[in-house]
Ligand binder design. Structure first.
Ligand SMILES: Cc1ncc(COP(=O)(O)O)c(C=O)c1O
Length: 421
């Protein structure tokens, strides 16, 4: 076949409002994209191709923790590109060792496995939970308990672990061996466990987000998580936390589990870890360190470039005191959102979240949806994102300043005001 340059006549046209009607697209339409093309970023600010400027409270969905075009990250990664970018996990990789040391020294974990994304990190955790069931507990068919309204990713096992039927539709049969309890309800966990015991199911692990993200920015309750910890310890069940969205300082502590005064046996991270570069990780305590050579692998996982990005993010979190910033700016954001909620009681009923992961909850009876506000806010130069249909999520870079929080709130206010007109 003769090779041709894009745009290619075989491609259809890009049909969303605001995009050029003639722009060809050879992309599978798996995303419902907003009609702006972002081409440049500095700090918490982004610019589109028309020169419009936006305050970015999405941050690549809780990912660009150091903001855009961070000088330190650019410098370190430019050097890394010229040194070594990728080698196989067939060999020792010093950047992986350095990052793993940092993660272990700054968490409850003892060992780390690197991959490329949140879903992959959860896939690794699910495989680990299955192996734990077989090899440590002698189970034939290990079952994993997961929470309703959870989100664990889009690969088949991760989506099967996700407690939201809308993500399952059209992808059945799902991966077997997941059962669901109501988040923050110890009664629901106990009832489910009893029911499973009667059917002689064998529970090897619980997987849960310490604060649900996609499910609507819902913080875990301390008493529930303390119950879960005891429940799992007493029954030799692995407690797995999905910290893909909450980890790496987003909530004002390095790990969200620190707010709950308990430790998981296993946890997964991604998003903020690489500051915008693809890296994820599975972290385990010694008791759950059961993978042997050949059990799991990833071609790209933990390559020197991605690890160097994460090492830089880790150092910047420390040197720029970004945990403290996340707490203080998070409080300012929360206070501002509470004022907005008070000013528009017909639209909003609650503000919830921790640190720089906050949600503004829309009343069920209001005909406002998160998506409507997301689209209106674009016109005011603000990027925000929904978490489900009725929660607006704010996850700006961890470097956001007080002044930028004020600007965020002003832009949000104008967006809501324009709804009233
Ligand atoms: C809690 C949680 N787990 C897993 C994932 C999946 O991560 P990724 O998109 O990197 O696969 C996400 C993504 O939003 C998430 O929020």
């Amino acid at each position: 076949m003769e090779l041709v340059d894009a745009p290619h006549s075989k491609c259809g046209t890009f049909g969303f409002v605001g995009s050029s009607p003639t722009a060809p697209t050879c992309l599978i339409q798996a995303y419902k994209r907003l009609p702006i093309k972002l081409i440049k970023g500095r700090g918490v600010w982004l610019w589109d191709e028309k020169g419009n400027k936006y305050l970015d409270a999405v941050a690549g969905i809780a990912t660009c923790s150091l903001g855009h075009s961070n000088k330190k990250l650019s410098k370190v990664l430019s050097k890394q590109l010229k040194t070594i970018q990728h080698v196989s996990n067939l060999y020792e990789i010093s950047e992986q060792e350095e990052l793993a040391n940092w993660l272990v020294n700054n968490s409850c974990a003892d060992q780390v496995f690197f991959c490329n994304s949140g879903a992959e990190a959860n896939e690794a955790a699910i495989k680990l939970a299955r192996k734990y069931g077989h090899s440590k507990r002698g189970f034939k068919r290990p079952v994993i308990l997961s929470a309703k309204s959870s989100f664990h990713g889009r690969t088949l096992a991760a989506v099967s672990a996700t407690g939201q039927p809308k993500y399952h539709k059209d992808f059945e049969p799902l991966v077997d061996g997941f059962e669901f309890f109501s988040f923050n309800s110890s009664r629901s966990v106990e009832d489910l466990y009893q029911k499973l015991e009667q059917s002689s199911a064998q529970v090897s692990a619980v997987i849960v987000e310490p604060m649900q993200g996609e499910g609507g920015v819902l913080p875990g309750e301390k008493s529930f998580f303390q119950f879960l910890r005891n429940f799992c310890t007493e029954r030799k069940i692995l407690l797995i936390f999905d910290e893909v969205q909450t980890g790496m300082g987003r909530t004002g502590k390095l790990w969200c589990y620190e707010h709950l005064n308990i430790e998981p046996d296993v946890f997964t991270i991604a998003k903020g870890l690489g500051g915008g570069h693809a890296i994820g990780a599975l972290l385990v305590k010694e008791t759950a360190n059961i993978f042997k050579p050949g059990d799991h692998a990833s071609t790209f996982g933990g390559n020197p470039f991605a690890c160097k990005a994460a090492i830089t993010v880790a150092k910047e979190i420390q040197s720029q005191k970004l945990l403290e910033n996340s707490t203080s700016r998070g409080n300012e954001l929360r206070q501002g959102l509470c004022e907005i909620k008070e000013n528009y009681p017909n639209h909003f009923k609650e503000v919830r979240g921790i640190g720089l992961m906050q949600g503004l909850v829309i009343r069920d009876e209001s005909n406002l949806t998160a998506q409507t506000l997301v689209e209106i806010a674009i016109k005011e130069g603000l990027l925000i994102i929904g978490a489900g249909a009725k929660v607006i999520r704010f996850v700006p870079p961890l470097i956001i300043t007080s002044n930028e929080i004020k600007q965020l709130l002003i832009k949000l206010n104008s967006s809501i005001k324009s709804l009233e007109n």
